[in-house]
Design a protein around this ligand. Structure first.
Ligand code: UD1
Ligand code: CA
Length: 454
């Protein structure tokens, strides 16, 4: 049966005490809702419908690229009402999987298992075993263990409140009867809402089997209502990603102090020290080592390269056997060949460095095309900006740039040229020669230091 996913995301999230709609609160740097959509996509549904309401325009704008259809729930009248808003878009032959925009750690595997338990005459329900079920709907089972109905906390008797099997809210139901059940919901309960959970008793009454699946961990189905829970889920996400790295053979000095916020591909024998953050898509080749306190975003680093502590690397392609940092910064779009050294307090932006080139200290390389075996001395600046336009600097193979040189772009340093320290280079320099621009050094004989006036 084709699968339609309905994601409920209309809630306001008052307890967040934030101007940002709840489902846009960030987990690992991306909106909660983006995580749920991604997981839903992973199980290959025919369609994904997002029911939105509060902060609607912002939610849609933030996820404009998402392959979903948007369904407005103008007034929040309960979870059953929310699902009903999406039903006109759902075909009678479909299975409907209900997910929540504020339950972001749900795993695709769990969803696949749940969907497999549902059918034209079968509802599947994801439940959880809780030490403290306070606040959750309770799963009421018969003596034989069959699910009979769900009772919300606020409607529960003392006896029902003692049940420790809680409703996660996630369920799969066949569209045709679901449509009928939803149309029959009544708000005659403690909260005056149309409860999605009431369809369970309706299904049982019609002899439609309701099969429960107990979630493997409560963390996976943890919902987020406030910043405390957001932080808990962030920690759980961090731990999950760290475990994946360990399973992939990465050495983590402390699995609690690494943050993987996007897809991270790793080779063999990679080592990562503490407080490293990976954002966006990152690839680390074999034997790459990352020192403490680095932020690495949308970057590829080839085998045997070592990144020393305290580097910020954004959108770079770093070749094999390079040494980076400590305290190096890459702004977007740089490419390094094999064996390049970029040392402390060196900023590299939109530049290319050839094999074996080095810039070890206190330097700015922007819009530079640097050949192989070039040595850039300390304190060199490619003056790429005249206040209006950016211009390129070319430094050809084997050139040696003395310390403190200002290379005023556009300019080209010829192959194997040497530039004297402290030079301001405004014109192209020929290959193989020493070029320098420097006032002659003088010593003043008989000069005396001033003395303090009486
Ligand atoms: C719901 C379940 C409860 C379950 C719990 C798990 C119902 C009636 N109860 O309770 O059994 O244990 O989730 O967390 O379903 N939403 C809308 N539109 C609405 C109402 C809700 O989009 O009109 C969304 C909310 O944004 C939220 C989700 O649905 O993401 C759950 O709604 P909420 O009101 O928090 O339900 P609970 O009372 O927590
Ligand atoms: Ca809730």
């Amino acid at each position: 049966m084709p699968l339609s996913v309905v994601i409920l995301a209309a809630g306001q999230g008052k307890r967040m005490r934030s101007d940002l709609p709840k489902v846009l609160q960030p987990l690992a740097g991306r909106p909660l809702l983006a995580h749920v959509i991604e997981t839903a996509q992973a199980i290959g549904p025919a369609a994904i419908h997002v029911v939105y309401g509060h902060g609607g325009d912002r939610v849609r704008a933030a996820l404009a690229e998402a392959p979903v259809t948007w369904v407005l729930q103008a007034e929040q009248r309960g979870t059953g009402h929310a699902v009903a808003q999406a039903m006109p878009q759902v075909g009678d032959q479909d299975l409907v999987l209900v997910l929540y925009g504020d339950v972001p750690l749900i795993r695709a595997d769990t969803l696949r298992q749940l969907v497999a338990l549902a059918g034209p005459k079968r509802v599947a329900l994801l439940t959880m075993a809780l030490d403290d079920p306070t606040g959750y709907g309770r799963i009421v089972r018969s003596a034989r263990g069959e699910v009979q109905r769900i009772v919300e906390e606020k409607d529960a008797t003392a006896r029902v409140k003692r049940i420790r099997e809680g409703n996660t809210g996630v369920l799969v139901a066949p569209a045709k009867p679901l449509r009928r059940w939803l149309s029959r919901l009544r708000a005659d309960n403690a909260q005056g809402e149309l409860y999605l959970t009431d369809i369970v008793a309706m299904a049982v009454k019609e002899k439609v089997k309701v099969t429960p699946l107990v979630a493997a961990s409560a963390t996976e189905v943890q919902g987020i209502n406030d910043k405390r829970q957001l932080a808990e889920v962030e920690a759980a996400h961090r731990a999950r990603r760290a475990q994946e790295l360990l399973d992939a053979g990465v050495t983590l000095v402390d699995p609690a102090r690494v943050d993987v916020r996007g897809p991270l591909e790793v080779g063999r024998d990679v080592e990562i020290d503490v407080n490293v953050v990976f954002e966006g898509r990152v690839r680390l080749g074999d034997r790459v080592r990352i020192g403490a306190n680095c932020v690495i975003r949308d970057t590829e680093i080839d085998a045997d390269t070592q990144v020393f502590p305290n580097c910020v690397i954004d959108r770079a392609q770093i070749g094999p056997a390079c040494n980076i940092g400590p305290f190096a910064r890459f702004r977007p779009s740089s490419r390094l060949a094999r064996g390049v050294h970029i040392g402390n307090f060196v900023e590299v932006k939109n530049s290319v460095l050839g094999e074996g080139s080095k810039s070890n200290h206190l330097t700015y390389l922007g819009d530079a095309v640097i050949g192989a075996k070039v040595n850039v001395g300390a304190g060199t600046v490619t003056c790429n900006y005249d206040g209006v336009n950016k211009s390129p600097t070319h430094i050809d193979d084997g050139a040696f740039i003395g310390s403190g040189a200002m290379l005023v772009a556009p300019v080209r340093i010829g192959a194997r040229a040497t530039i004297g320290a402290g030079s301001v280079i405004t014109k192209d320099t020929p290959p193989d020669k020493l070029t320098l621009e420097r006032a002659k050094q003088v010593t003043i004989d008989g000069w005396q230091r001033p003395t303090k006036k009486p």
